[in-house]
Design a protein around this ligand. Structure first.
Ligand code: PAF
Length: 284
């Protein structure tokens, strides 16, 4: 599998593919690949003729210098993991390739980014939208694959596609979990053993909150129940646990229904590592 490092090389390749009438699948990643990413690539390979996987730790979406510095960079083992998944080419550019000059265009996703990740990580979605737009232009995909673990990111990218008339379909795929329920994440490998041991409690808190909603507690009460339950684990520092409308991401005031599914999202720090997770409650 070829590794391309320049924007020009990827553009030339994808232009040729487009002319040949091949359907292009695209999986954007920041590397440190895990089974969740590999599933996205397998799905992309099953639904397209060729698949581009980008591996780029995007500086503009980090609002914490240490998080960017310590983000795992493992290109060699990532390339090995991608063997046999159906990936056609890896795009692994330098920062200079992606940002030949400082970008000045700013994205503002309004209410979608005034909550949760957008509120806690100012500028994060501007960085995501900037790099995703660039990657879409370079890889010219028919379909792009994103994981639902980043629920808010999926909502923001959907908005981006609509606002800028990108001619591609976003395919969002379910979160892949470890056997103990912990959502797979590149950041998991930075967890120390004591933090890793307690990390599955995050998913348990989400499930407990979901059960409370299904039992008829109001979103506020269910939210409080989940957050209070997590307080018994001193190694977990909860940043937020919110029950929101699954589409608009605004705080929910009524319980879930078929017409208005809810999403419960959380972010928490475990020994210096920030993890996020969510579950959908569809009212069924
Ligand atoms: O989800 C991620 O890994 C990143 O936000 C993405 C989409 C690759 C953009 O850098």
């Amino acid at each position: 599998m070829e590794i391309l490092e320049t924007a020009a090389a990827l553009q030339t390749l994808t232009e040729t593919w487009r002319r040949e009438g091949r359907r292009i699948g695209f999986v954007p990643t920041m590397g440190a690949l895990h089974e969740g990413h590999l599933q996205l690539v397998r799905t992309a390979a099953a639904e397209n003729d060729v698949v581009v996987v980008s591996i780029f730790v995007n500086p503009t979406q980090f609002n914490n210098a240490d998080d960017f510095k310590f983000y795992p960079r493992t290109l060699e083992s990532d390339a090995a993991l991608l063997q046999g998944t159906g990936a056609t080419v890896i795009f692994a550019p330098s920062v200079e390739q992606m940002y030949p000059r400082t970008s000045v265009v700013r994205f503002d996703f309004g209410p979608l980014e005034r909550v949760m990740e957008g509120a806690k990580r100012p500028g994060h979605f501007n960085g995501v939208a900037t790099v995703v737009s660039k990657l879409f232009h370079l890889s010219r995909p028919h379909q792009a694959y994103f994981g639902q673990k980043d629920w808010q990111q999926v909502a923001v990218v959907q908005q981006l596609l609509a606002d800028l008339s990108f001619d591609l379909k976003l395919v969002s795929c379910p979160t892949i979990r470890e056997e103990d329920g912990l959502a797979m994440s590149s950041r998991n490998r930075r967890l120390r053993p004591e933090a890793r041991a307690v990390a599955p409690r995050l998913y348990e808190a989400l499930q407990l909150t979901a059960a409370a909603l299904r039992e008829g507690l109001s979103p506020g009460e269910a939210q409080q129940k989940g957050a209070e339950w997590l307080q018994q684990f001193p190694d977990i520092e909860l940043e937020y646990l919110e029950v929101a409308d699954a589409q608009t991401l605004q705080p929910a005031w009524a319980g879930p229904s078929a017409e208005q599914p809810l999403v419960i999202c959380l972010a928490a720090w475990l020994g210096g590592v920030r993890l996020i997770d969510n579950v959908l409650v569809d009212g069924e």
